[in-house]
Write a protein that binds this ligand. Structure first.
Ligand code: SAH
Length: 188
């Protein structure tokens, strides 16, 4: 069967992230992606993970401890748009993932926004290693999500093809707005 955007996002990360890598989870949420990345980079690598909700940090801390992965992760209770202050410009990263929108079963008013998403994306692109990937899982079932999707698509469609390959993975005949996926790969 064709993979969902979420499933495909993990495959795209797993193909390139190895032990010792530095990576970013731009939207911590319940920590699914943070844990997944922490297991890929292992103790010699590092995951920087961002969220603006304290509950995300609490849930993710617990999850990492249960899996003995807390050592290789920095959890930041601040927006991903501040990533430029956290990771030096000279520090390259192998991969980053965004899971946009709001956290299911949580406060729907706390959602990602076009401007801050693009700011984070620009900072991450500066630091992306050759052959590295930035993945965005995009939800357009809510109003802010629609605006954000348009802005993200416009931005990534205009990245220079000499430097980046950009993939848009999306089911186009389904009900209930399933998420779509963008993968930006920096050319080698
Ligand atoms: N990847 C998560 C789901 C993320 S949901 C999982 O696997 O469970 C989107 C998350 O983005 C929410 O937790 C929300 O609090 C967070 N968020 C909203 N604005 C943000 C910002 N500016 N920076 C970082 N995280 C943000």
């Amino acid at each position: 069967m064709l993979k969902t955007a979420l499933r495909f996002s993990h495959d795209l990360l797993e193909e390139i992230v190895i032990s010792g890598d530095v990576v970013v989870d731009a939207t911590m949420g319940n920590g699914n992606d943070t844990l997944f990345l922490a297991q890929l980079v292992e103790k010699t690598g590092h995951v920087y993970s961002f969220d603006v909700q304290e509950q995300a940090v609490i849930n993710t801390t617990k999850r990492l401890k249960e899996n003995s992965c807390e050592e290789q992760v920095t959890l930041l209770l601040q927006g991903h748009e501040t990533v430029g202050n956290i990771i030096e410009k000279t520090q390259t990263i192998r991969a980053a993932i965004f899971n946009l929108g709001y956290l299911p079963k949580s406060d729907k008013t706390v959602t990602t926004h076009e401007k801050t998403t693009l700011k984070a994306l620009r900072e991450l692109l500066i630091r992306l290693e050759k052959k590295g990937r930035i993945i965005l899982v995009i939800y357009d079932g809510h109003d802010e999500g629609k605006t954000e999707k348009t802005a993200v698509l416009d931005f990534v469609a205009n990245l220079p093809q000499e430097q980046f390959s950009v993939l848009n993975y999306q089911f186009i005949n389904q009900r209930n707005n399933p998420p779509s996926l963008i993968c930006i790969e920096k050319k080698g």
